[in-house]
Design a protein around this ligand. Sequence first.
Ligand SMILES: Nc1ncnc2c1ncn2[C@@H]1O[C@H](COP(=O)(O)OP(=O)(O)O)[C@@H](O)[C@H]1O
Ligand SMILES: [Mg+2]
Length: 232
Amino acid sequence: MFKDTIPGLERIFKTDTDSPKVVLVTGPPGSLKTSFCYDIMTKALRGTDDFGLYVTLEEEKDSQIKNMDDLGVSLVDNMHISDITDLREIDDIIEEETTDYVEFIEDMLRHFREEKGDNFTIFTLDSLGALYSLMEDTENMRKRMFSFFKLLRDFDLYCFVVMERSSDSEANLLGDEGFLVDGVINISIDRKKGKLTRYIQVEKMRSCHHDMEKHALEVGETGLKVLGPLFE
Ligand SMILES: Nc1ncnc2c1ncn2[C@@H]1O[C@H](COP(=O)(O)OP(=O)(O)O)[C@@H](O)[C@H]1O
Ligand SMILES: [Mg+2]
């Protein structure tokens, strides 16, 4: 999954990781979480028959595509981006006043599973915090997220779930996301002597041999690149 995508990732992942997997991508604003997921997805999909779905609730589709183009990462035909406007359209189609965005996303996943079959392999939700704040009925959210993550695994998808997180906090919003997922990749910003360095660190990844160091993360000519470990 990670092999031959972002250059330098092999410094962190010693063995490749298979689906199904739900991986949290956490970190503060501007740390490159969106760029990381988008970059991996486009690179993993390019030149294959696979299909990927990117659901962005934080940004409009066009603005996201433009930002990623500026980063040197272009969209591929076999990746579909859905933004909040698309989700609201489903609302119109079913002619029901509902703001159950979890259900919308589940319906969309089922739709693409039917349409693309086993070729539907990768999914990103950007972000979990945005999803929670859009939900009006937040009763039973922990239970609902448990079954949402279960659906992702049942569909045998490789999933990135973006989650905002400040540098000193745990990987949880409702209290248990970090425990429910198969992996946690933290992308954050190191502040030292007035200098900011972005880094990536794998905190958890089931059934995968990986490094635990903080590795510098930079924007290169055609997307991101992972450099060597940071020295404390
Ligand atoms: N062309 C570029 N070259 C270098 N850095 C860029 C470029 N475009 C955006 N960035 C950096 O990427 C950041 C946004 O990355 P993004 O992936 O959206 O972060 P996040 O999703 O974690 O909030 C910007 O704050 C900016 O610092
Ligand atoms: Mg983002």
